[in-house]
Design a protein around this ligand. Structure first.
Ligand SMILES: *Cc1c(COP(=O)(O)O)cnc(C)c1O
Length: 230
């Protein structure tokens, strides 16, 4: 089912440009190509088409692809899926950004492993915006206290938020979730409770990235629409 990567990617990039024009935030948008569906050969094809950021949800798979492709110029791997504490040590020096910081104990573990490696780990706090369906993530009520605590960890740098809307047949129904995410993001920055200004808002997947961008996403995570299957 993997068909014309070139055409698929062009279509995605065109849709991103159109959606950006409808956003009031005037933001840049980075595509993280979600490569969990494919092997390194296909990742290399997408790299050759100009994409530099790739997302994996399983740490083992991130480590494997990093081993095979990590020396390509400017390639970055993102940990986008749930991260178990015992897996942190494998990806800490390989992931450019961890999108799925969803508990303080995970933050502490990331801090410890980052310290061992002499690095600062860039992280996004995963927000549980679609409460009923997605159990992972920090609730919007708790996020400010959570940031205050994580900002005390020297080797963890929270640079933004990540969220997932529930799947909706009628994609317009995802909009309130993305609006909510952007509001939380703005509130944190304007409240100045955070050590680092939040610059990244990772939201939007194949089904709903256009709405997410219209509502202020700075990173979209797209797999299916690039690799086919829709
Ligand atoms: C798989 C996955 C995506 C990509 O989803 P598509 O619908 O294939 O674009 C994005 N984010 C996360 C966290 C994922 O696990």
């Amino acid at each position: 089912m993997i068909t014309d990567l070139d055409q698929n990617l062009k279509k995605v990039l065109e849709k991103i440009e159109i959606a950006k024009k409808k956003s009031p935030y005037n933001q840049d948008v980075k595509v993280v190509c979600v490569s969990k569906y494919v092997g390194s050969d296909k990742v290399k094809e997408v790299y050759d088409l100009g994409i530099r950021d790739f997302g994996e949800n399983r740490p083992q798979e991130l480590v494997k692809k990093y081993g095979e492709l990590g020396n390509l110029t400017n390639i970055s791997f993102h940990q986008i899926g749930t991260l178990q504490k015992n897996k942190v040590k494998y990806i800490i020096d390989k992931a450019a950004l961890i999108h799925s910081l969803d508990s303080f104990s995970l933050a502490e573990k990331i801090n410890t492993e980052a310290k061992k490696n002499g690095i600062i780990a860039n992280c996004l706090i995963q927000i549980n915006i679609s409460l009923e369906e997605n159990k992972h993530g920090i609730s919007k009520e708790d996020v400010k206290d959570f940031i205050k605590k994580t900002d005390e960890l020297d080797n963890v740098k929270v640079i933004g938020l990540m969220g997932m809307a529930p799947f909706e047949e009628d994609v317009e129904k995802t909009r309130p979730y993305f609006k909510d995410m952007r509001q939380i993001f703005e509130d944190i920055n304007s409240g100045r409770i955070n050590k680092y200004k939040l610059t990244e808002l990772s939201m939007g997947m194949s089904n709903d990235f256009e709405i997410a961008i219209e509502e202020g996403a700075t990173i979209v995570r797209i797999g299916t629409m690039i690799f086919g299957g829709r």
